[in-house]
Ligand binder design. Structure first.
Ligand SMILES: NC(=O)c1ccc[n+]([C@@H]2O[C@H](COP(=O)([O-])OP(=O)(O)OC[C@H]3O[C@@H](n4cnc5c(N)ncnc54)[C@H](O)[C@@H]3O)[C@@H](O)[C@H]2O)c1
Length: 352
């Protein structure tokens, strides 16, 4: 088998390395980001930025960032040299309706799905910081024909703990965005209840312990707001096809939550932000609400310092932030402590 992983970002690269161990010598990766390809090549991986080098591929595993309307996916499909008999598995999260567009695209190239080309959607649902590999969770698989599902089953069943086959590809599309939007709404609810607790002097952690003692309930912990790449993006995806007062309210609740943090701090303060990555335990600043908060607090006239156990001071200053240990070096500790506020990521409304 010749397997190609398309898109070598967080998901695609994890998938690529996982498969390299399972199928040594059979995996190649492609990414349009040439510097990423150069970096991975330097580490000894078999990757390319040139689609023309990818011939006779049996299985295409597509994990590019989706783009608003799936444009990265279509741009990849346009460049791929697709052989008859190949399996194409879309692993990216898709705006509902995208698989029909992929089908039209491939049929427009003269392929018949289920006979000379096999197309499936097997969305990723990894939780970084919890799962070790992208194949640790049960996966949902949808397709347009039984033959496509059969081909997909042969490939994925040995790789994942459980393959949940659905008869309608719209279900696989929707399953992924719905699970993320469900989490979004749950977090927005948690933020509102935490806000109420903060107003009333009630210990939110104790409330969570009490509520979560029932086994079918989970009141989530709060953070700086709802960040990361997936949750806000998938909320937008679902809203394009589903009108929902609840979803619009959850987005507003999230904006209000961050506004409240900024309003509570006020201006003219020295603020220490504890925790900057987009979520605790994952070293990544992209799409971080902690980063947004720092910038909002600065815009409100505060001086902001940061610390995060995942990053060194040099990494934080390299990324454009003032690490906590600079306070001493600038001789401002005494002043700072007189007018300084420290805020923890999971206790953003409890100012110290
Ligand atoms: N990160 C997560 O936790 C997570 C979880 C579940 C699902 N997903 C979904 O998986 C997909 C990938 O997410 P990610 O976090 O790996 O994104 P990412 O931004 O880390 O990586 C995407 C990669 O795709 C590459 N790319 C873009 N267009 C391309 C093209 N035409 N050809 C080849 N490569 C191309 C980019 O250069 C980049 O390296 C998205 O649809 C995302 O919603 C992500």
């Amino acid at each position: 088998m010749k397997i190609c992983v398309v898109g070598l970002g967080n998901i695609g690269f994890n998938l690529f390395t996982y498969l390299c161990n399972k199928f040594p010598g059979e995996i190649i990766g492609v990414d349009v980001n040439e510097s990423r390809v150069k970096e991975l090549r330097g580490q000894g991986y078999r990757v390319t930025a040139d689609y023309r080098a990818l011939t006779k591929i049996d299985v295409w595993l597509m994990a590019p960032s989706t783009g608003n309307q799936g444009q990265n996916l279509f741009s990849a499909l346009e460049k791929m040299l697709i052989c008859p008999g190949a399996l194409i598995s879309i692993e990216s999260t898709l705006p509902p309706g995208t698989m029909s567009r992929v089908r039209e695209f491939l049929e427009g190239k003269g392929f018949n799905l289920g006979t000379d080309l096999f197309l499936i959607h097997v969305p990723h649902r990894v939780m970084f910081g919890v799962d070790k590999t992208v194949c640790d969770t049960p996966r949902v698989m949808g397709a347009f024909t039984k033959a496509c599902l059969e081909k997909g089953r042969q490939f994925y069943a040995p790789l994942v703990p459980l393959l949940v086959e659905v008869s309608d590809v719209r279900v696989s599309e929707l399953s992924k965005v719905v699970e993320n939007v469900k989490r979004y709404v749950d977090i927005a609810f948690a933020q509102e209840i935490y806000g109420y607790c903060a107003d009333q002097g009630i210990d939110y952690d104790e409330l969570r312990l009490a509520v979560n003692s029932k086994n079918n309930v989970e009141l989530l912990a709060t953070d700086w707001g709802i960040g990361g790449e997936c949750l806000p993006k998938d909320m937008k995806f679902l809203q394009t096809v589903c009108d929902s007062t609840l979803m619009a309210g959850a987005e507003q609740a999230d904006r209000d939550y961050r506004d409240r943090i900024v309003h509570q701090v006020g201006s003219g303060k020295q603020v220490l932000i504890r925790g900057l990555s987009y979520k605790a335990g994952v070293k990544d600043l992209k799409h971080s609400r902690g980063v947004d908060l720092v910038r909002d607090l600065e815009a409100a006239g505060n001086t902001v310092w940061v610390e995060d156990p995942l990053f060194t001071s040099d990494e934080l200053s390299g990324a454009g932030f003032s690490p906590n240990d600079e306070i001493d070096q600038r001789g401002g500790r005494q002043d700072a402590e007189m007018n300084r506020i420290a805020i923890d990521r999971q206790k953003a409304l409890n100012l110290k």
